[in-house]
Design a protein around this ligand. Sequence first.
Ligand code: DGT
Ligand code: MG
Length: 595
Amino acid sequence: MDTKKHSKMAWLWENMKGYRVIYAIGILGTIVYNVMQLTVPYFTQQIVDLFLTGEDAATNIVTKRDLFFQLVIAMVGFTFLRTLIVYLVCMDVEHVSQKVLYRVRTHLFDKIERQDMQFYNTYRTGDLMTRVTGDLDAVRHMIAWVIRSIVESFSLLVATAAYFIYMDWRLALAILAIAPFIMIVIVLFRNQVAPRHKELREKLSLLNTAAQENISGNRVVKAFAREEYEINKFDKCSIEFSKTNKKTALTWITFFPYIETFANLMPIVLLVVGGLFIINGQLTMGEYVAFSGLIWAVQNPMRMLGNIMNEFQRFSAASDKVMEIYYSEPKIVDKEDAVDMPNRFAGKVEFKNVSFQYEDGNLPVLHNISFVANPGETVAIMGETGCGKTSMIQLIPRFYEPTEGEVLVDGVNVCDMKLGQLRKNIGLATQDVLLYSDTIDGNIAYGDSSLTKEEVEKFAKYSAAAKFITRMPEGYDTIVGERGVGLSGGQKQRISLARALAVKPAILILDDTTSAVDMETEKQIQHSLKELDFPCTKLIIAQRISTTKFADKILIIQDGRITESGTHDELVAKKGYYYNLVQLQTGETMEGGEA
Ligand code: DGT
Ligand code: MG
């Protein structure tokens, strides 16, 4: 994530590809309409000198009547034309800014979507949301407003300065001598406000994260009756944000009087110096009127600079965040010489001396794991909570890479495969089930949208979900809420199983997928898993002996190591961990409790 290498403006320019010409036209238009502002005082000056205060004013108004009207019409005409150009320029830059916004946002989402697991462990959802919304808006604002305002102020200032110098360079210099002082104030302001904007952006991200985590975790909040606590927590974030906002605004307010004082000095200089020049006959009244009619054109850009600087710093802080994601690269990607595998895998899974440690963890979670699951076999994985089962199966779709050793599928190291090919062959039902707010049908067909209704129903039957789905008011068209709200834990697990089966995977991985379903339903699922109408290797993490009993192989994991492996009978005969588990669970069953 090397943001440093790319300058912000170069990055912006890069993303304006295809719109650069029309943007340049907009900028040119900005210059034109600002220079055009000078026409009004020019015409005014002519009118004043010729028809109002000049020596021949009285005769001129009779003899040069036509010129008078021409000047007035030109003045009105230019004003209209100018308004039209301003309108077109605004449309133009708005158009470009929206196009660029769309482009960057799509790119950003694409980047986020393709990241690996580690990325999601690092970034919080609320922060990522801030990047694709608020931060991006600051980028849009840069194109639509900040750049245009810089050009506007600059062109107005330069044109006016040139016109002033043309009229009377001594008076012009006297007025413009104040500008450098304003510049100094602006630089001091920038140094103070830049860190404020960085801080403000962080506070906004914290605020969004607090809101997001709270809303998605609302059930826990309710369960623990922690509403007050959470409201207070959010309130704190909100106060922090508002305080920082105030601090940022205050920074401007501290500098504003200096700029305002300097800017207001300009008309005073004009009055004093200009007055003296008129008295001495070095300046006509018309010229004085032109100067005074245009003095705002020097003052305003100076006043605007603070505002522009403020917005520029906001862009600067936001674009850092956006560019960090924009240039981020997932570590787990296809190798250039990735092996091209057949579309459908045979389904052999092999771990060879695999050890693994999370990048953000300080201890290895898997040690020297070796086993083979042959095509079509069922391998059960058992072990107490936290022993590393989920971590182990996450290495198969290459969500993470082993720190040592190799994970092979069909004899090829998964790290040498194309990710897309590998993952298309794996059906995974994760431990914490996440369903989309979509219909049940849509959720089951998530991995293969070409699935027919009949097929969806078939997979629902396999996962023993058909019955409860048909009982729902709208059957397969029932919309399940966000994260599957409205379904029971066991129902969600069964839909998740149907979704994993629906891709007809060569390798099916079930991570505790039947933990929340009753024994009877589980039996049905076991039965259908045996009867699947496509060949499939199954890796099943489970806690119940009833689930694992008929597996071709059972692996017992303890503290990240395989301590026992074999069939049910072999492991029972071994009288080790598994044997104790059997004792414990069958004993409980006999007493009538569920294992
Ligand atoms: P379970 O699902 O409760 O039966 O437990 P397992 O066996 O699935 O455990 P697993 O693989 O989720 O976790 C093994 C160890 O790894 C445990 O000490 C927690 C740690 N761990 C899990 N996920 C992460 C992670 O994303 N980052 C870090 N640093 N550690 C993790
Ligand atoms: Mg687990």
